[in-house]
Ligand binder design. Sequence first.
Ligand SMILES: Cc1cc2nc3c(=O)[nH]c(=O)nc-3n(C[C@H](O)[C@H](O)[C@H](O)COP(=O)(O)OP(=O)(O)OC[C@H]3O[C@@H](n4cnc5c(N)ncnc54)[C@H](O)[C@@H]3O)c2cc1C
Length: 418
Amino acid sequence: MTPRVCWVVGAGPAGMYATQAILRSLEDVHVVLADRRRVPFGLGRFGIAPDHPKMRRVVTPLERIVEDDRVTFIGGVEVSAARLAELAPGFDAVVIASGAGADHPTDLGDTLASREVFGWYNADHGVDTARVEEALGADREVVVVGGGNVSIDIVRLLAVGEDRLRATDLPERVVDVLVARPRRPVHLVVRSAASELKFSAPMITELVHELGLRVRVRRHESYWGGSSDSPSDERRSSLELAVSGDDLDVDVVIHLGAQAARAADGAIEISSTVDGGSLVRLAEATVITAIGYGPGALMTDLRAAPSWPENAYVCGWAGNGAKGVLGTNKADALRIVEQIREGLAPGDSRRLDPAAAVAAVRSLADDPVGIEEWRATVDAEILEATRTGRGVERIRLQPGADGLQFGTERKESLPWPT
Ligand SMILES: Cc1cc2nc3c(=O)[nH]c(=O)nc-3n(C[C@H](O)[C@H](O)[C@H](O)COP(=O)(O)OP(=O)(O)OC[C@H]3O[C@@H](n4cnc5c(N)ncnc54)[C@H](O)[C@@H]3O)c2cc1C
């Protein structure tokens, strides 16, 4: 009997959960799991904050999936809409789990996007580290714009002290840059009123209670809003726990009901969303935007194409946009795979055999890599952690590079597992 062959495009949490669900629900199946990055796990590896080790461990069980004999991981494959449409008929089903796209643009001029910042501190591929380090190393204020958990992650890492940073598995180089930053309050500008906040309450209580940061909340909204039993109440009270004080004597200033704009002279003006009144003017500031993400290129092109591949299903942030937590993608994957199962014609697969399917996807990349590169990366990370006695840093693998890089710093002397 010829096994079924499924192609999962994107090896982030959604793609991994989809792969897991396919393996569990289809009896004889092979999954080709492709990602444009050279190692799997998407934002599970390159997004989740390095000072939240428990959350990072949530994705550890996914490692078993990528090691499964019925799965072939191919990294370094950027799948285009045209190639996907061309190859899709060779598979029983295609799952598009390519995540969300770039940060939403703003009219704030030269800013750092959240993807650049968390990509930098997580040693992601393709981030212009020099640009991020120059912007964050400059002797000026930092303004983070956005009211979700990603903006709080960034604020937290900018505001905590050296001891905390050194205790995380942030790359040493990243810690050095953050520690060298002049100690100035970080401004978080949130458009929403307190009653409409999107971040999770523990994210704020962690700032104040666990990390001991001095946080000042300034409410520029017309109302405090929310009924006593509204879901946002927990968030609201987490803010009420924040310590008030003089702006000069705090680590973080959270402006609620506020917006940021770039003035003609380049200054950043924070003003009230209610009456537009100016609240804070910063002559020079590094602005980081974390206001959500647009759709990725693959999904945009597929939606614009004259027809949708009949056996293609969309899972995770690629279809739902950037919302929910990791578990949301799992539920989504189960739903999609149930649809796949129902849509399969009875009997044998009429598609490519697994070897031909793997070859077809590999042919899309100039320099495809397999699971061996992932294993070597993990081994080298562990070796390096043992050597330094610190947490496990993320290694950045460059295409064609003959050595490993931690953040931006190449470790020529690192023992390379053979
Ligand atoms: C900074 C940050 C911190 C977060 N922290 C938490 C947290 O603490 N807890 C929590 O529950 N959730 C957290 N999340 C949310 C969580 O990361 C997402 O729910 C999850 O990663 C979405 O999974 P996904 O697979 O849809 O997308 P992604 O993780 O983005 O994965 C998509 C994958 O597709 C690949 N890809 C994209 N385009 C192509 C293409 N054309 N061809 C091939 N491959 C492609 C990408 O390289 C990527 O690996 C965080 C998110 C961010 C941004």
